[in-house]
Design a protein around this ligand. Structure first.
Ligand code: AP5
Length: 220
């Protein structure tokens, strides 16, 4: 099964991807996570991406495509994967289509998480992420049992550099300009499902899961 999770920053793409992953063990490919790890490890890619990521701009398409192409060749991707935060421009979507054709496969479904700006700003300002395992928390909705410590692995929680109010607003602007046109792109291909991302996590996950069952992509 090959899925795309599309939506503005803070819509909950990463959270839902992790929930799906708990049920069926297919990898989540988050271009954002790959970029942040490269920045942390000071790799060549990290150095090239740093200024874009910290200011909330998009990293150039050619860099993103080379990351994706390399990642989906890994063994763990052979039975499927979920893209979280990719593609983000029409150019990336067109290049992904041709990559899928070359590999003789296709994207099964695109989930578009619609969220209002006020919800996004609130969620992202209160988001904390585990430095060790990447688990996502929210100080309002799902706070850790011990302050700043991950429930799952005991790692230290941190706030992402791009989760500052000013950068969040810029990320929303960039999303509306560069990424929103992808909704129409995938609607025309007839493989897009819209999910109301303002709702409670449990309801949203049920929506996604029921859709996957209907499409025959997972068992009941
Ligand atoms: P990326 O890491 O992809 O960030 P993003 O798309 O902005 O998305 P987020 O990770 O912020 O949000 P999310 O939707 O996953 O929300 P989450 O589940 O964490 O990209 C970062 C940067 O990398 C970009 O700005 C760009 O520079 C670069 N980049 C990445 N990919 C690129 C590409 N393809 N092309 C070019 N550049 C690229 O949830 C958010 C919070 O809300 C959490 O605290 C969570 O606990 C909470 N929450 C979630 N759902 C609910 C709910 N239903 N109710 C209450 N709280 C909830």
């Amino acid at each position: 099964m090959k899925l795309i999770l599309l939506g503005p920053p803070g819509a909950g793409k990463g959270t839902i991807a992790n929930e799906i992953n708990k049920k069926i063990n297919i990898p989540v490919i988050s271009t954002g996570d790959i970029l942040r790890n490269s920045i942390k490890n000071n790799t060549k890619l990290g150095k090239e991406a740093q200024e874009y990521v910290t200011s909330g701009k998009l990293v150039p398409d050619d860099l993103i495509m080379s990351i994706v192409e390399e990642r989906i060749k890994d063994n763990d991707c052979q039975n499927g994967f979920m893209f979280d935060g990719f593609p983000r421009t029409i150019q990336q979507a067109i290049e992904l289509d041709s990559l899928m054709r070359r590999l003789n496969t296709k994207i099964d479904q695109v989930f578009y998480f619609e969220a209002s700006d006020s919800v996004i700003v609130e969620r992202l300002s209160d988001r904390r992420v585990c430095a060790k395992c990447g688990a996502i928390y929210n100080l309002n909705y799902n706070s850790p049992k011990i302050e700043n410590v991950c429930d799952k692995c005991g790692g230290q929680l941190f706030q992402r550099d791009d989760d500052k109010q000013e950068t969040i607003l810029n990320r929303i602007k960039v999303f509306n300009k560069e990424t929103l046109p992808l909704v129409e792109y995938y609607e025309e291909k007839n493989n897009l499902t819209k999910i109301n991302a303002d709702l409670d996590l449990k309801i949203r996950f049920e929506d996604v899961w029921n859709r996957l069952i209907k499409l025959g992509l997972v068992g009941k």
